[in-house]
Design a protein around this ligand. Structure first.
Ligand code: PMP
Length: 416
């Protein structure tokens, strides 16, 4: 009997073996097994990542770049090697296009300050979606205030789907930047980045992708996507806190001035004047988070070993199961049901506020997020103060969504 590729991937995916890599998943919360459905906010860490972090301190620790002794060279080699791993993960042409930042937020601020600010003229337009995380809104507003440019937002479809006409209708000869999420952190909508990049090119606009919720759930190839920048945070990719990635096309990075001044990012300094290093180091002033970058390399190896395609197939299975189960809960409304969505399930219940839902189910050991998810313009558009949100990761199981549904039934009994 024939077996499809998808079935094969799902069958080969050993979620219990993966769960065994994450020590925290075997703990109890309020006397119940932890059901962690908040990976979109931050993912848990496998032993492999924590071991790499420990090893970076116990085996090779020293400052990078400036030393000529053994440990500094070992540390520098380990740190620099991660650029290549990240480049392979996201299909970048070279590790030289990978800038380490403190996170996606810093990466987006860096792009807006170093690339957009020198370029934007009064009345130029920055086009974003209504579904942005604040990290992909506020930096653009700040640069717009300085330059006289305007931030405009295109709407989503009724089910939270991306509608190309909504975007193209907003493009004008003044559109200089299109900034979108790869995947919405509230709706789960996957934006067709490659198609949008083509539209951006035709409009003469540069294309910035907030990949926080994209790179964690699916294979990414920035070259095929045709965008100019792609950013993400390590902590959502099973890596450590305090590190993020800014990928930018080499020719664009080469034109950008530094973000911060200090050690490492220079070529030559005199009291009167400084010249700057080439990218990516130009954008990494000061001592970087050395051990964390090395541990990010371990996180990249971790997901690569599982396989991003296998992760996508597993999570899609869990997500469609989650939708099916949650739809059966009386008075529950799913927020964001675009075809092919990824990563998150947002919902409201007619009997209880999302904060109450989250607090009650926490007693069952179930961790979800409730709030505006740093997407207030989207909440305003949906006319909701907040939603509850469950999110999936490499370790999520169908049984965890059974537990969520059971806990939501308890919410209904208490408030209904
Ligand atoms: N964009 C999206 C879509 C996100 O989900 C997040 C994190 N919630 C961010 C940006 C910001 O990431 P960080 O706080 O790690 O910089």
């Amino acid at each position: 009997m024939g077996i499809s590729m998808d079935e094969m991937t799902t069958k080969l995916y050993d979620v219990e073996a993966i769960r065994a890599d994450f020590p925290i998943l075997s703990r109890e919360v309020h006397g119940k097994p932890l059901v962690y459905l908040d990976s979109a906010a931050s993912a848990q860490k496998p032993r492999q990542v924590m071991d790499a972090l420990m090893l970076a301190y116990t085996d090779t620790y020293s400052n990078v770049h400036r030393g000529l002794h053994f440990l500094s060279e070992a540390s520098t080699d380990a740190y620099e090697a991660v650029r290549g791993s990240v480049a392979s993960l996201i299909g970048a042409a070279s590790g030289d296009e990978i800038v380490f930042t403190s996170g996606a937020t810093m990466a987006l601020n860096l792009i807006s300050r170093c690339w957009a600010e020198p370029l934007l003229q009064p009345n130029d337009e920055i086009l974003i979606s209504i579904a942005e995380h604040h990290a992909n809104i506020v930096p653009w507003q700040m640069v717009a205030e300085k330059t006289g440019a305007t931030v405009r937002a295109f709407d989503m479809g009724p089910d939270g789907a991306f509608v190309m006409a909504n975007l193209t209708d907003m493009i004008t000869p003044k559109t200089r930047i299109i900034a979108i999420p790869h995947v919405s952190n509230v709706l789960g909508t996957v934006f067709p980045v490659a198609e949008i990049s083509k539209v951006a090119k035709q409009a003469g606009a540069l294309m910035v992708v907030d990949g926080c919720q994209g790179v964690v759930h699916m294979p990414v190839d920035v070259t095929a996507l045709g965008c100019d920048f792609y950013v993400f945070s390590a902590h959502k990719l099973y890596g450590p806190n305090g590190v993020g990635v800014l990928w930018g096309r080499a020719d664009i990075l080469a034109e950008m001035p530094p973000y911060m001044g200090g050690g490492d990012m220079i070529d030559r300094v005199t009291i009167e004047h400084s010249t700057y290093a080439e990218p990516p180091v130009r954008f990494e002033a000061g001592t970087p988070p050395i051990a964390e970058v090395i541990a990010l390399g371990a996180a990249v190896d971790y997901v690569t070993n599982i396989g991003m395609e296998a992760i996508r197939a597993h999570e899609q299975d869990i997500l469609s199961y989650a939708h099916q189960r949650l739809s059966s809960v009386e008075g529950l409304q799913l927020i964001g049901t675009a075809p092919g969505k990824s990563g998150v399930v947002s919902f409201t219940m007619d009997c209880a506020h999302p904060h109450d839902i989250s607090t009650i189910i926490d007693n069952n050991g179930v961790a979800i997020r409730a709030g505006h998810h740093c997407a207030q313009p989207l909440m305003d558009r949906l006319d909701l103060p907040s939603t509850a949100r469950a999110s999936v990761g490499v370790y999520t199981t169908r049984a965890e969504f059974d537990m969520l549904v059971e806990s939501l039934e308890k919410v209904r009994r208490i408030f209904g």
